[in-house]
Design a binder for this molecule. Structure first.
Ligand SMILES: NC(=O)c1ccc[n+]([C@@H]2O[C@H](COP(=O)([O-])OP(=O)(O)OC[C@H]3O[C@@H](n4cnc5c(N)ncnc54)[C@H](O)[C@@H]3O)[C@@H](O)[C@H]2O)c1
Length: 266
């Protein structure tokens, strides 16, 4: 109940999906949470859910692609709660209809991908860090993806920018470790959120279950629990790391689903 007692957490993209789950779980562990999202109404709904459960929350409307907006988001959080201990740079993604293979990629989508995933993460850290340093430490949790670890047939920008988020995480961990600021990343696999379900045809969703070691897709809470751990002092000796939370998707040999048929019957 109080793994994050006394802590203030700021989560971007907390109006929906994984970000909302993380916000609710962190609040349930005692954190006061700044719920930031481009959709102000969605942010308000998450904050209302936290307050209805007896927690402390602030709804912030932000466009993480806009530097002034990111600065204002951090400023509003510190003004409301007096400190900032945890930052989750969760917003990200690309449009799989425009983010195709190398020759058919829409370059405007590539530029948007860099701004939405990498520049936004860098800016969030840049504005939050001085407050963490002043307070004697903090924890940053960046959302990467398994797409940043493997090559894929489409979404060439998405893989590249998530790989960049992983490296940014390591550099920030190294640069600000002496100030006791930790920086880690989480790489979700297939998680049943609007972002995934709205963008993928049903046969692709079914296929994702088949290639996982575990026979199911993740829930937003499956990622949220890991983010709570990274935010808490339980992970105080963990920094610069990527936690892959993918149901074993990137662990399993691609041949395993077919080779399973070679096993003798039970
Ligand atoms: N869902 C998955 O399977 C999966 C897998 C790997 C990684 N991820 C990563 O998780 C993150 C998305 O999380 P989700 O699955 O919870 O998605 P989601 O669509 O449920 O939520 C994304 C939230 O971000 C907000 N948002 C979008 N653009 C914004 C902007 N410019 N400024 C502020 N807020 C903005 C949206 O309004 C929305 O509330 C991304 O970084 C994505 O790459 C998701």
């Amino acid at each position: 109940m109080d793994r994050l007692k006394e802590k203030v957490a700021l989560i971007t993209g907390a109006g929906s999906g994984i970000g909302r789950a993380a916000a609710l779980l962190m609040a349930a562990q005692g954190a006061r949470v700044a719920v930031a999202d481009r959709e102000g109404q969605a942010a308000r709904e998450t904050a209302d859910m936290i307050e209805a459960a007896g927690g402390g929350a602030l709804a912030v409307t932000v466009d993480v692609m806009d530097e002034g907006s990111v600065a204002a988001m951090v400023g509003a959080t510190v003004e409301e709660f007096g400190r900032l201990d945890v930052l989750c740079n969760h917003v990200g993604g690309t449009d799989p209809r425009a983010d195709l293979d190398l020759l058919r990629l829409d370059m405007a989508e590539f530029d948007r991908a860099v701004a939405l995933n990498v520049r936004s993460t860098l800016l969030g850290c840049r504005y939050a860090l001085p407050h963490m340093i002043e307070a004697g430490g903090g924890s940053i949790v960046n959302t990467a993806s398994v797409a940043g670890l493997v090559g894929d047939v489409l979404q060439i920008s998405y893989g590249a920018v998530k790989a960049a988020v992983i490296n940014l995480t390591k550099s920030i961990a190294v640069q600000y470790g002496p100030h006791r600021v930790r920086c880690n990343a989480v790489a979700p696999g297939a998680v049943a959120t609007p972002a995934l379900l709205d963008n993928l045809p049903q046969n692709v969703v079914d296929d994702l279950k088949r290639i996982n070691a575990l026979p199911y897709l993740g829930t937003p809470e499956d990622i949220g629990h890991v983010m709570v751990f990274l935010a808490s002092d339980e992970s105080r000796y963990l920094t610069g790391q990527l936690l892959v939370v993918d149901g074993g998707m990137t662990t399993q040999s691609p041949a395993a689903p077919t080779r399973r048929a070679m096993l003798p019957p039970d």
